[in-house]
Design a protein around this ligand. Structure first.
Ligand SMILES: [Fe+2]
Length: 381
């Protein structure tokens, strides 16, 4: 990420800074101890003035995971029951010790903090903003919204909403190979700094009322009560802040012959990568086969979330479908799809892919929407 600042700041760090004779307090928020990216926020109230903190005992996440898969799976998220609260919305469809993947149309609009996981929301549908102690970040359909662990935030989305949520124990970053030694995107990267949206202005909410924040830490939820509103920031600067980047701003790389999935990569973490398939021209060699070759995932489980358009290599896939192709198995186009792709010039497909380096387990919630016999869909009829 790059350096950014918003609001009022003193000229030097760690010096007396007042507003109307009132001392403003510094809060450093950083990753990896004091060695990773950080930001310094200036707060009107003492940030740790906590009235109470208590667990929400009947909402644990630990009992929701059941199945380890040996076979390819297809889940139709359009058949999910409608979630009525954040607790059901966050029950993962797929999970391992490092990552959780869920899909929902319910977006909690109260104050929230995730104390154990970094988050990426892919907003399949929705317009509004993400408000946080770093300010107001405008949000629109197609945005990935990256929220660091420990950050107080609140959604303000007034439209219909559907999102894919990826929660990660480790930070979610842009791929190192897209960046130079100073962290600037290289010329041949499919994304650049201008694509990244940052908070535009501060809310600077100041009151002496108590405010409750719902939190998640590992398998438990809790509620913390502060004696002030956490968005009392008058200014901040640094490299750590919530940001968004639209899937529609990802500039696809194409070639004369089929290019492998890493060219579609947008994020990386220590235990998974996130790629996206976006509308693009197909391979332009006169004898090219645009459909992917059959491939054998030796080291990763592959999850694909189909957002829009016709996915060229798959039959029976709809908007909102998720496929899971576990490590150890071969997968690729269904019968007829290789032949069908020959001579095609372009695709309008839109999909998000998550490749995890540890096996995923599915929940009952996922198995309730599983398509029967998907693993047999490669058999020629
Ligand atoms: Fe694949």
């Amino acid at each position: 990420m790059f350096y950014h600042k918003l609001g009022k700041l003193p000229r030097k760090r760690h010096v007396v800074f007042k507003e109307k004779d009132q001392l403003i307090y510094e809060k450093l928020m950083g990753q990896e101890g004091f060695s990773g990216v950080s930001s310094l926020l200036y707060k009107k109230k003492i940030p740790c003035s906590t009235v109470d903190i208590s667990p929400i005992l009947d909402k644990t996440l630990s009992s929701n995971i059941e199945n380890r898969h040996l076979n390819n799976k297809h889940y139709k998220t359009q058949k999910l029951d409608i979630d009525l609260d954040i607790f059901s919305a966050r029950i993962p469809l797929l999970k391992n010790a490092e990552i959780e993947i869920s899909v929902s149309t319910f977006l909690y609009d109260g104050l929230f903090v995730n104390s154990s996981h970094h988050e990426v929301y892919f907003i399949e549908e929705g317009e509004g903003s993400l408000n946080s102690e770093f300010g107001v970040l405008p949000i629109k359909t197609g945005d990935y919204v990256v929220i660091a662990k420990g950050l107080y935030y609140q959604w303000n989305i007034k439209t219909k909403v559907k999102y894919l949520l990826i929660q990660s124990k480790q930070p979610i970053k842009f791929p190192k190979r897209y960046l130079n030694s100073m962290g600037q995107f290289l010329e041949d990267s499919p994304i650049c700094e201008r694509d990244i949206k940052v908070p535009t202005h501060l809310s600077s909410i100041l009151d002496d009322n108590e405010h409750k924040i719902l939190g998640r830490r590992d398998d438990e939820y809790f509620e913390v009560t502060l004696d002030h509103h956490p968005f009392d920031t008058v200014g901040w600067d640094g490299y750590l802040y919530p940001y968004s980047i639209s899937i529609h701003d990802f500039e696809p790389l194409v070639g004369r012959l089929h290019m492998p999935p890493p060219i579609h990569q947008i994020f990386e973490s220590t235990h998974f990568v996130i790629c996206n398939f976006v509308p693009r021209l197909y391979d332009f060699h006169p004898e090219a086969i645009p459909a992917p070759y059959y491939h054998h995932n030796i080291d990763s489980d592959e999850v694909l979330y189909y957002v829009k358009g016709n996915f060229m290599s798959r039959s029976g896939i709809e908007q909102g479908s998720i496929t899971l192709h576990p490590a150890g198995l071969v997968h690729g186009p269904q019968p007829g799809k290789v032949e069908e792709s020959i001579g095609k010039k372009d695709t309008n497909e839109l999909a998000v892919m998550i490749d995890t380096f540890q096996p995923l387990y599915s929940s009952k919630k996922a198995e309730n929407i599983a398509v029967k016999d998907y693993h047999k869909s490669w058999l020629k009829k």
